[in-house]
Write a protein that binds this ligand. Structure first.
Ligand code: ZN
Ligand code: ZN
Length: 164
């Protein structure tokens, strides 16, 4: 959605409520849609003393297989989104500000990139996920598999010590 910001840029003290849903259903993780629901965004864009800021919260739930054990991981997130908006950059190039071309903000694109950047680099069902046995593929979170039992008990005790 393109939001026309000309009026807001020109009128100090005004604000524009933001309430929208951003569809990220095309984003996939291992061939499956990553987001369970559209991202819901609530906040506002305001002009305070000539400084235009966007402040909002993006809520979303994603689902992805755990990178170690492949069990589905579902997490709900609330991401604070804050940007300073300018119609054009002054000489003092400042990365903190987002340049709004033609005073029209593509808010979907902005939310999309903020949400994607906020995602973890690894999807884990839990920090200490034990993953799958490399021999038989058993989920080691559910218990030890037969492969572990074949190991000499003295050696396995040693391995456990090394694991800690
Ligand atoms: Zn896992
Ligand atoms: Zn095994």
């Amino acid at each position: 959605m393109l939001i026309e910001l000309k009026k807001l840029f020109e009128n100090e003290g005004t604000s524009l409520p933001l309430c929208l849903q951003v569809d990220l259903s095309d984003v996939q993780q291992r061939g499956e849609p990553l987001f369970v629901t559209p991202v819901s965004v609530e906040g506002e864009i305001r002009n305070r003393l000539g400084i235009v800021t966007l402040q909002a919260e993006a809520r979303f739930t994603y689902r992805a297989p755990c990178d170690r054990c492949a069990e589905p991981v579902e997490r709900a997130f609330t991401l604070p989104v804050a940007h300073g908006l300018v119609a054009e950059l002054n000489n003092e190039d400042n990365d903190d500000f987002l340049v709004v071309e033609n005073m029209k903000l593509d808010v979907d694109e902005l939310i999309r990139s903020d949400v994607l950047l906020s995602l973890p680099t690894k999807f884990l069902c839990r920090e200490d996920c034990k993953g799958l046995c490399s021999k038989c593929g058993a989920n080691l979170n559910l218990g030890t598999c037969e492969c572990a039992k074949e190991v000499d008990p003295r050696l396995s005790a040693l391995l456990e010590l090394m694991d800690q």
